[in-house]
Design a binder for this molecule. Structure first.
Ligand SMILES: [Zn+2]
Length: 385
């Protein structure tokens, strides 16, 4: 069906639409959950999403160079657009077994809440708009985005806003849980720090440099730093991975860590960068140490407060009569990109659950209906009817 030729029909009642399709939404969550989608390997899940939309009659859908699935509705005639996005990638490696376990109202699977359920609900929002075109002054761009987790560096969101940013009025990401809403971007910088030495035999070369010992000293210096502090701002750091060495009886010739720091204050990010550089410079005096920047997530410093608050209010209104209002938080998500470009953006979850980034991750099945209602209330708020 072509959206431009479609006859405008009355908006289908949201509750009616949800009760008619809730079982199918649950089925889609289960289908998506067992498709592996580590960051950088989202293509299979992206293809599934595209096929799902197309097999339900949605025609204006494509996969872009970043493996985002993009679907545009009502975007003709140079309208300003509203972006909805949900990331397709998970933190789990390709080898992770993805088994669904149902225990009464609980559904368990790695990645189920972060971000499978949100993605499935967003895809059903597309079908809602497809089935009952609403009269709106705005166009809607739905994007199943890549590269939100790990070292994905917000690849999908970057590409999306590079392509459509100039036309976007507001952006909403669906991610994590219904009880919190992210309205402020936490920026981060991520590094691979590597120490290299000549190596040698553990006994006969004892006393020569060992890359693991050196990288361990760097880790401990990082954790001895006092982090910048001020009221309303939060700064963290983490060494998330350590690799290296050859065998128990070999002086390690190479060792690396993955290190990141985050803050909702861009000046504090600069302080963290200076601290890191000072440590690296000092260790360079003794040997080969490098710090490679592998990811930057910008802090949202360019956004008009009034416009951002208006979007926040729009979302909070969508929660009324559905659930208690969510807690407002700062976070590092797909909305870092629009916020850094001055585009108002918020991120909210559409299910209740917990255990994100663990293999024990779960969602509460009965919350899906509330999440759908919240999402559709948000979409309906852009209607001109
Ligand atoms: Zn997520």
């Amino acid at each position: 069906m072509d959206f431009t030729d479609r006859k405008r029909i009355t908006v289908i009642d949201i509750d009616e639409f949800i009760s008619e399709n809730l079982n199918s939404v649950m089925q889609l969550i289960k289908q998506l959950a067992v498709i592996p989608s580590p960051t950088g390997m989202e293509r299979e899940k992206a293809l599934f999403c595209k096929n799902f939309l197309q097999s339900n009659g949605v025609t204006d859908v494509l996969i872009d160079e970043a493996d985002n699935v993009i679907c545009k509705i009502n975007c003709e005639n140079g309208r300003q657009n509203i972006v909805f996005m949900a990331h397709t990638d998970t933190v789990f490696p390709i080898t992770q077994e993805l088994t669904l376990i149902e225990e009464s109202d609980i559904l368990r699977c790695p990645g189920i809440g972060d971000n499978t359920a949100n993605l499935a609900i967003m895809l059903w929002c597309v079908l809602y708009l497809h089935k009952c075109e609403i009269n709106s002054d705005y166009g809607f761009i739905f994007a199943a985005t890549s590269g939100e987790e790990g070292c994905g560096n917000l690849k999908g969101s970057r590409k999306l806003f590079e392509d459509y940013g100039k036309t976007v009025r507001e952006a909403i990401a669906f991610d994590l849980y219904l009880d919190s809403l992210i309205y402020e971007a936490v920026g981060s910088e991520r590094y691979r720090i590597t120490s290299r030495t000549d190596g040698g035999h553990a006994y006969s070369d004892f006393g020569k440099p060992n890359a693991i010992e050196r990288i361990s000293r760097i880790v401990s210096e990082l954790y001895d730093l006092s982090l910048p502090k001020a009221s309303g701002f939060h700064t963290t750091q983490n060494v998330g991975m350590i690799t290296g060495g050859t065998s128990i009886n070999t002086l390690a010739s190479e060792a690396s860590i993955l290190y990141e720091y985050r803050s909702n204050n861009h000046v504090f990010l600069e302080i963290m960068r200076e601290n890191l550089n000072a440590i690296i410079e000092r260790y360079r005096l003794f040997g080969d140490v490098s710090a490679e920047l592998i990811g930057v997530r910008p802090v949202g410093i360019n956004c008009n407060k009034k416009k951002q608050n208006a979007l926040l209010e729009r979302l909070l209104n969508a929660y009324v009569n559905v659930l208690p209002l969510p807690k407002l938080k700062s976070g590092s998500t797909d909305i870092n990109i629009p916020l850094s470009m001055g585009i108002p953006a918020v991120c909210c979850g559409l299910v209740l659950g917990g255990g994100e980034h663990t293999t024990q991750e779960y969602i509460i099945k009965s919350s899906v209906q509330k999440g759908m209602k919240t999402a559709l209330n948000i979409i309906k708020s852009y209607s001109s009817q």
